[in-house]
Ligand binder design. Structure first.
Ligand code: G3P
Ligand code: MG
Length: 235
């Protein structure tokens, strides 16, 4: 079972910043998960919320900031004063560092309720530029983005995110042309999990943060967990 650092090692550093990603690498996580959105001038940047309110000293929507403007904000102090001055990373800045780590990467496209037209092609372009198509898989709760991703780059792997259990998870996977299922761990049950296994569909589940959830996810034979604590899991 692979360990993916959710928004970086989010328990130990401000989420979705370069220091959170470097911490995940130092903790020997197998992979990193991050969230991508677009600035007003169309640059892919890494942030979970659509607004900057919770994780910076600014206010407002990412879509209303140019890159130059959003780079002025402090994305570290909200977490701890030790991280003062940490800026929002562009996807490109991140990939430049990531490319030599040997880790795997899940890029989650945040599309909806703010819709970023063309985000899929920008993400794929960046992944190709750093020759990372084999190490990267793309996920989204917004499943049209998965279809678009496959259209643009059939060989890149995709994962369909969901929180509530669909009636038929495998059909849900087929309809979004996804390679993997990315359920909230609470939505997994052995009926569909074993069927997914049988059909060679990997399960990557979020967000698993407590050791007492370990036996459950192990018993469901999930392939990877997303966790804020990449360092606490039995090897
Ligand atoms: O990709 C797993 C997880 O990140 C999905 O939820 O809201 O943390 O992006 P969220
Ligand atoms: Mg995410």
């Amino acid at each position: 079972m692979d360990i993916f650092a959710h928004r970086g090692a989010r328990a130990y550093a401000p989420e979705n910043t370069l220091c959170a990603f470097q911490k995940a690498y130092a903790m020997r996580a197998d992979g990193i998960e991050l969230d991508v959105q677009l600035t007003k001038d169309g640059v892919p940047v890494i942030c979970h919320d659509h607004s900057v309110n919770r994780t910076s000293n600014g206010q407002g929507w990412i879509k209303d900031y140019t890159l130059a403007e959003i780079k002025q904000l402090d994305f570290g102090s909200w977490f701890h004063s030790d991280f003062r001055g940490e800026t929002i990373p562009t996807l490109e800045e991140f990939l430049r560092w990531f490319a030599s780590t040997g880790m795997r990467l899940n890029i989650e496209i945040k599309n909806g309720p703010v819709i970023y037209t063309g985000i899929e092609s920008k993400v794929i372009e960046a992944v190709k530029k750093y020759d990372l198509v084999e190490q990267v898989f793309i996920s989204s709760f917004f499943h049209p983005s998965l279809l678009m991703t496959k259209q643009l780059c059939p060989r890149i792997k995709t994962g369909a995110l969901f929180t509530c259990r669909p009636l038929d998870p495998l059909e849900f996977c087929r309809q979004s042309q996804a390679d993997y299922l990315h359920p909230a761990w609470e939505s997994i049950d052995s009926l569909w999990a074993s069927e997914a296994k049988h059909h060679g569909i990997k399960i990557h589940t979020f967000t698993v943060n407590h050791l007492d959830q370990y036996d459950f996810v192990k018993s469901m034979e999930v392939d990877a967990i997303f966790t804020d604590y990449p360092d606490i899991w039995p090897k």
